[in-house]
Design a protein around this ligand. Structure first.
Ligand code: ADP
Ligand code: MG
Length: 145
């Protein structure tokens, strides 16, 4: 599935729809260059889960947990990860194989430990279509009945 957005609010709304529909145990991966809108999308997902506190990128902590929504929400940003061992240290598998929702920014840096069933989201710019244009591709999400 591919969706095009032309401003941050549209990317947020798409994330919000995902958050509203999210099911326990789902793992979402988010891939795209710096500044493409991964965190904007994540803020939408959190909003869809009913989380009202502010979502910041957990770049220096790898993971930020939110327990105030419909489901636990685990927001990872692995941009600064040096070694996969850092994921072991935070006990990533409890999150990946738990009942909450995981969303992993820069998941391409930790492919060797990703579960088999993930929902992959890629965000790309296309400057020919404008500075605020984004193409968002979602793979692995079953259509909601
Ligand atoms: P990332 O987490 O991928 O590094 P951020 O979400 O932090 O990126 O930042 C994305 C930036 O791009 C924000 O400043 C946002 O306002 C801007 N932006 C412009 N157009 C869009 C769009 N269509 N979707 C998402 N963000 C957009
Ligand atoms: Mg980010």
């Amino acid at each position: 599935m591919t969706i095009e957005t032309r401003k941050p609010e549209e990317t947020f709304e798409l994330g919000k729809k995902i958050g509203i529909q999210a099911l326990p145990g789902q793992v979402y991966t988010l891939v795209g260059d710096l500044g493409v809108g991964k965190t904007v999308f994540t803020q939408g997902v959190a909003s869809g889960l009913g989380i009202t506190e502010p979502i910041c990128s957990p770049t220096f902590t790898i993971i930020q947990e939110y327990e105030t929504g419909r489901l636990p929400f685990y927001h990872f940003d692995v941009y600064r990860i040096g070694d996969i061992e850092e994921m072991e240290e935070i006990g990533y598998d409890d999150y990946f194989f738990g009942e909450g929702i995981c969303l992993i920014e820069w998941a391409n840096l930790i492919t060797e430990i990703l579960p088999e069933n993930i929902i992959q989201i890629t965000i790309e710019k296309d400057l020919e279509k404008g500075f605020d244009y984004r193409r968002i591709t979602i793979d692995g999400l079953a259509p909601v009945l």
